[in-house]
Design a protein around this ligand. Structure first.
Ligand code: AHG
Ligand code: MN
Ligand code: MN
Length: 337
């Protein structure tokens, strides 16, 4: 920790003042999200004792098994955002349909998309998980804007970030002016500035991908990964493999140490190949964070932040990380190598 004792709300206020944002609403909204993350951290920390590990027995709109903590964390986020009075519409991985807070929509400026628990498969093994959020301004006041509000490109994000529940709880966000990270001091219950102005290295030494799925990849992805594993002293290869299976944790490592994370389109012959990660509450927010740290995020063919959303739970392929590593991966993807 820096020891400077800059709390997250103080940092937000200072940044907003410097940018001439007077209303304090943005600060209030991010503070409210960070409060929800503290509550989620508490629930994750005591889940084994509280009987909240394990599955609910239901399947979500993604066709994935829902864990008890997915639902608990979703409720915590929804309550916190409703309480703020600043949000008209929510999109969550754990809710089939977007949620509109009817009354708040008359004046609320924001739309929030989130993944309450990212990396749920790690929950029952005390592995690292996270929460991802993305904030956009509404396209205008009034009910006629609600549909358009939802499907704005990642370039329309005004803020995005994540909480990571690991050996310490960290909160990393961008408001479009660089990336800052905070570490929870549990003795005072505050996030304190610990990672100021995060910059991703130009290239890294690791690749991060679920390599057990190699049989579902296209030839370009196979050749890329084969290239990264091939020894070549001049270009720092072979790269090592690191894969937590929690996008937040894999991205956090990638931001701090440099490298590439990929979840490519996968196919089994029956259906057209598709990515797994969701655009609105996984790829776009983390793409915004990566770009603001000097990195890149791409589908292989297109910048993630420019992908036009067509539905709330839309999936995309994702290549994210150091600028040189992502550029190399795009060259493979586009058949230039
Ligand atoms: P979620 O737990 O929110 O459904 O997200 C899981 C995602 C992501 O966190 C991770 O990178 C990826 O799925 C892991 O998928 P595999 O188990 O297929 O590797
Ligand atoms: Mn997720
Ligand atoms: Mn999730």
């Amino acid at each position: 920790m820096s020891g400077k004792g800059v709390t997250l709300p103080r940092h937000l206020l200072q940044t907003q003042r410097a940018q001439g944002e007077a209303s304090g609403e943005f600060t209030a909204l991010l503070t409210q999200i960070s409060l929800a993350c503290k509550v989620i951290a508490r629930e994750i920390g005591r889940a084994a004792l509280a009987g909240t590990l394990g599955a609910t027995g239901t399947v979500n709109v993604q066709g994935e098994q829902v864990k008890k903590l997915d639902l608990l964390a979703n409720g915590i986020m929804v309550d916190a955002l409703e309480e703020s009075g600043l949000v008209c519409t929510l999109v969550s991985e754990e809710m089939d349909e977007p949620l509109h807070f009817g009354k708040a929509c008359e004046r609320a400026k924001y739309v929030v998309c989130f993944d309450p628990v990212d990396g749920s498969s790690n929950i029952d093994i005390n592995g690292v998980v996270g929460t991802i959020f993305s904030i956009r301004r509404r396209t205008g006041q009034g009910p006629e804007h609600v549909a358009a509000d939802l499907l704005q490109r990642g370039t329309a994000q005004v803020a995005a970030g994540y909480a990571m529940y690991g050996p310490s709880t960290v909160f990393v966000y961008t408001g479009g002016d660089g990336v800052n990270g905070f570490t929870l001091d549990p003795t005072i219950g505050e996030f304190l500035l610990s990672h100021e102005g995060i910059r991703i290295p130009g290239r890294g030494k690791t690749y991060s991908v679920n390599e057990g799925h190699v049989h579902r990849w296209d030839p370009q992805t196979r050749r890329l990964v084969e290239h990264l594993r091939t020894a070549d002293r001049a270009t720092g290869r072979p790269y090592s493999l690191r894969y937590v299976g929690s996008l937040v944790a894999d991205l956090h490592r990638t931001l701090l140490e440099g490298a590439i994370y990929l979840y490519p389109a996968e196919g089994d012959g029956a259906k057209p190949p598709a990515g797994k990660l969701r655009l609105l509450y996984e790829a776009a927010p983390l793409g915004f964070v990566a770009e603001q740290a000097g990195g890149r995020a791409s589908t292989g063919a297109e910048r993630i932040l420019e992908v036009q959303p067509t539905s709330p739970h839309q999936r995309v392929p994702l290549l994210i990380g150091s600028p040189e590593d992502v550029a190399l991966a795009e060259e493979f993807h586009q058949g230039k190598r």
